[in-house]
Design a protein around this ligand. Sequence first.
Ligand code: HEM
Length: 468
Amino acid sequence: MPEQTSGRVALGAGGTVPAIEHCDTTAKWFMISSVSYFFIVGIIALTIAAKFCWPSLLGSVQYLTYGRLRPLHVNGMLFGWLLPADMALTFFIVPRLCAVKLYSEKLGVATAVLWNIIVLGAVVTLPLGMNQGLEYAELPMGLDILVVIAWLMFSYNIFATIFARKYEAMYVSLWYIMGTLVWTAFVYLTGNFAVLFATGTNQANLNWMYVHNAVGLIFTPVGLAIAYYYIPKSSNTPIYSHRLSMIGFWALAFVYVWTGAHHMIHGPISQWLQTISIAFSVMLLIPVWAAVYNFFATMKGQWHQLRESVPLKFLMSGVVFYLLTCFQGPMHSLRSVNAIVSKTDWIPGHAHMALLGAFSFFAIAGIYFTLPRLFQRKLFSEVLANWSYWFLMIGGLGFFVTLWLGGFWQGWQWNNPAIPFIDTVKALQPIWLVRFFSGVLMFAGIVSFVYNVMATILGQARDEAQTV
Ligand code: HEM
């Protein structure tokens, strides 16, 4: 059982359960494929950012137009990089927190193969224009069905491992992981299947419920599970409060699902629905503060460790981005702010701070920490790892900040009917140029991370294995 010391909980520190030889084949498969897609989709990301600056880039080849590549970037990053990276870390974390082997490595590897078929299917179908036209739910129906099957396989494996656990108490990461398994099923089925039975405004409403909860009930809980595991592990410090972590978990479970309609503020939906979504958006501050306070309190007296530890740098910067994103979200759901920033460049600025700045940073930290233990090799280069952090940090900040400023300015102009729309497009060109060059820095961060991971995997085995 996780050891309890003066309200703090040390992970997997119970001395009563014998050490276990973990096989980790599934975690390795998921890690290698997610990291590879991070690089490939990074190229697509840079291409679409460049198309804002040079619209005639790549000519008029239909497969390479902005409308085909944008969904490829979004789905590729969400379902090719981030979710499988989180799944890899889940396959690593859960057996260790339960002190048992993974229920079935064979089932895990089959899930990884199926997941790769889905991602490769997306790489073929989306550029061909086979797209359902629903945001974040663009994948064709056949691939949606495969996602459901793969998710069932993944969930079965993880739940069966948790049911067989040797520790009676469950560390908060396990709660968040179980939440992710259940909520993803619900959110994905709603956003990709139930939505097809609705039309017009109701369909838009359901779609926004899906889009928001794809972030809030899929990437947030699994991201927090990872942060709750790796912050104490990397700093070798027990988590500050298990009770506070549970308050955060249940608050998230209760609050998140009601917020989707804040994407339709000032839109054709009832005022009461808009007001409810605003009220719940503001209430989101509760689970966010609970988690962030817990992370900061855990690091009290330990901040000096950030100098030496790349995983901790990524983790704690991710926590700050998580806090900022979740402060920004409630604020721009307010009617007055929303009237300016909704549908502008502000939104991709906000989306990237959440999915790159917070949750990808957590996943990168988890991979940097886990990789040497998984492959029993020293990390190829600590220096390169530091570079990857600074590239992603500086590039990311440039990206977020210019999009917020640009988005605010764009919304300000849209609210003035005297300004012709085309002038608002021309005005944004310098912003898009800065975004492109920030994207180049972010891509340099992705390349140095991916190279480091691959070089570690292909490198020489260390004499002494690192402890897990
Ligand atoms: C080199 C790094 C990246 C670059 C240059 C980049 C660029 C872009 C661009 C140009 C867009 C279109 C924005 C628009 O239509 O105005 C976009 C959208 C998006 N990107 Fe990225 N991106 C990068 C990394 C990532 C990562 C790592 C993730 C997630 C893990 C991500 C998730 C998204 C999402 C979810 C959207 C849709 C945002 C929305 O809701 O409108 N991106 N990206």
